[in-house]
Design a protein around this ligand. Structure first.
Ligand code: 5GP
Length: 210
């Protein structure tokens, strides 16, 4: 069992996952954010190694062959995947690692890491989602349509997640997510050391040695 908690955050495109994650990272120091690899071209202002590692299909496929990704999926015609080394290293250090990934990847993570916590972020309504996507202004009307269609498909898979949080008020949503992670840290699997210490000491008492 890793020391840190693996947190998967999914949600419809445009729901504000990126902003939520940035706010979580700046408000608390227990989180580490995994940077995904993708074959999608960068949007304006996106930098390689910051939002994503932008690679071509050949490099992506080579990384899969080398078992360098925990999971990968195809989303709207592009590959996305989670690099393994960083995640494992941070979990070992006790950091709670955030993966901001879509549903196919989330399900693969849950299979490989049953202790992972799966969060699904929704908007207050479908209408609000469409408004946010249009207002973001980074996608063409055709891509927006594609992403809304994908959201419709994804809405069928929400039951596979552990928690559903509504992103209406950003700060409230950040606090809610942090609260859930904090609660998960109290599961026995994350308290092994404490439990072991108490057990050892109780055994000493029981033997009358103390
Ligand atoms: P975008 O192109 O809007 O940045 O991301 C599209 C979708 O891909 C989002 O739902 C995002 O969460 C997801 N995504 C980003 N990185 C990964 C990843 O490493 N693996 C998977 N499975 N999905 C990802």
């Amino acid at each position: 069992m890793h020391k840190g908690i693996l947190i998967v955050i999914s949600g419809f495109s445009g729901v504000g996952k990126g902003t939520l994650v940035k706010r979580l990272m700046s408000s608390y120091d227990n989180y580490a954010l995994s940077i995904s690899m993708t074959t999608r071209p960068p949007r304006q202002g996106e930098r390689d190694g910051v939002e994503y590692f932008f690679v071509d299909k050949e490099k992506f496929e080579r990384t899969i062959e080398e078992d360098g990704l925990i999971e990968h999926a195809c989303y709207c015609g592009n590959y996305y995947g989670t690099p393994r080394a960083y995640v494992e290293e941070q979990l070992k250090k006790g950091k709670d690692v955030i993966l901001e990934i879509e549903i196919q990847g989330a399900l693969k993570v849950k299979k490989k890491f049953p202790g992972a916590m799966l969060l699904f972020v929704t908007p207050p309504s479908a209408e609000e989602l469409k408004r946010r996507l249009v207002e973001r202004g980074t996608e063409s009307p055709q891509v927006i349509e594609e992403r809304l269609a994908r959201a419709c498909e994804e809405s069928e898979g929400v039951e596979a997640y552990d928690y559903v949080v509504v992103n209406d008020d950003l700060d409230a949503c950040v606090r809610e997510i942090h609260g859930l992670v904090d609660a998960a840290r109290r599961a026995p699997a994350h308290r092994e050391e404490l439990i072991r210490e108490i057990r050892e000491e109780l055994k000493e008492y029981a033997k009358g040695a103390k």
